[in-house]
Design a protein around this ligand. Structure first.
Ligand code: DGY
Length: 323
């Protein structure tokens, strides 16, 4: 029997593409550009497996195929709210993701964003680069101290825990956690954290709030105008999870009227489009979804996706099966 056919929706790090082609008959979207709903239908109709990324919306329309050839979608990434898992399951297609391997890099970036926002790094960098810097002065670009402050973490999965570890052990921060289910006492104790019952109870107590819950319809606008209003007037909001978790129009208002200290976003609702309102906010740091963008993490994500595919086609249950 020949190798299983695999459609890969984006260019992957060279080492991953090379290894995939040893085990699969691989077709790669060489244009490395966003595919359309029709392309997804064709992919599941004509290949044994598909390796999609966060930009590939496998919504119910993309899955309107009678007898798909595809048996598995091996998602390249941990978040999979872009895949309608119910519709996929109805077609008897399995879904896997790539947890763990990107947690540290994403946590590093969340901490970096927290520091950048609090210490006004973007404004400072722009000033030096543009030649506008006039020299040291006592009141120049004063930011806020991070060490010893209170960090609220919403969603205490792998990435949330890594952020807490860095913040507590590296910066002596006090950690408050909101998580849908109860977190084991040892996990909280390891980072000196306290779990609170509700998001509303967490927000007024924090100097920084970092989001680490899944995206999707369930958490859409979890942080809305009302909840932004519960944050301290000098607190910062950090999002490395999914754009839709924040009501961005409400966030823009909070930033414009300075009802919060600032924000830092690596993800956007409807990215790569970012509203003009947000782009005009100087008290906002923005990055283009770089959480896992290190060579180490991006290779590990590819190898992990491949491991899931190999297990599946060799008749074993893939370890990261999510649907
Ligand atoms: C993830 O793994 O969910 C990252 O956001 C990239 O998709």
């Amino acid at each position: 029997m020949g190798l299983p056919s695999l459609f890969v929706t984006r260019r992957l790090p060279p080492a991953v593409e090379a290894r995939l082609s040893e085990r699969f008959d691989v077709t790669i979207n060489q244009r490395d550009a966003q595919l359309k709903t029709e392309d997804f239908r064709q992919a599941i109709s004509g290949f044994d497996a598909v390796l999609p990324t966060v930009t590939d919306k496998f919504c119910s329309r993309a899955l309107e195929v009678r007898n798909p050839q595809a048996k598995i979608l091996a998602n390249y990434g941990v978040g999979y709210s872009h895949i309608d898992t119910e519709a996929v399951s109805r077609l008897s297609i399995a879904v896997t993701n790539t947890p763990d391997v990107l947690s540290e890099c994403t946590a590093d970036l969340a901490v970096m964003l927290m520091l950048m926002a609090a210490r006004r790094a973007v404004e400072g960098e722009h000033e030096v680069r543009s030649g506008a810097w006039t020299g040291w002065r006592p009141t120049h670009l004063m930011g806020r101290k991070v060490s010893g402050k209170v960090l609220g973490i919403i969603g205490f999965g792998r990435i949330g825990q890594e952020v807490a570890r860095r913040a507590h052990h590296g910066f002596g921060m006090d950690i408050l956690v909101y998580n849908r289910s109860a977190v084991a006492v040892e996990k909280l104790a390891a980072v000196g954290a306290r779990q609170v019952e509700t998001i509303d109870a967490l927000l007024p107590e924090c100097d920084f709030v970092s989001l680490h819950c899944p995206g999707g319809a369930e958490n859409r606008h979890l942080i809305d105008a009302r909840r932004l209003g519960l944050m301290k007037a000098d607190a910062f909001l950090i999002n490395t999870a999914r754009g839709e978790i924040i009501d961005e129009a409400a966030l823009a208002q909070a930033l414009i009227f300075e009802t919060i200290g600032g924000a830092a976003l690596d993800v956007f609702d409807g990215e790569p489009r970012v509203s003009a309102e947000l782009r005009a906010c100087e008290n906002l740091v923005m990055l283009p979804h770089l959480g896992s963008a290190t060579r180490e993490a991006r290779e590990a994500m590819g190898f992990r996706a491949m491991e899931n595919l190999v297990d599946f086609f060799e008749g074993r249950e893939p370890r990261d099966r999510v649907a």
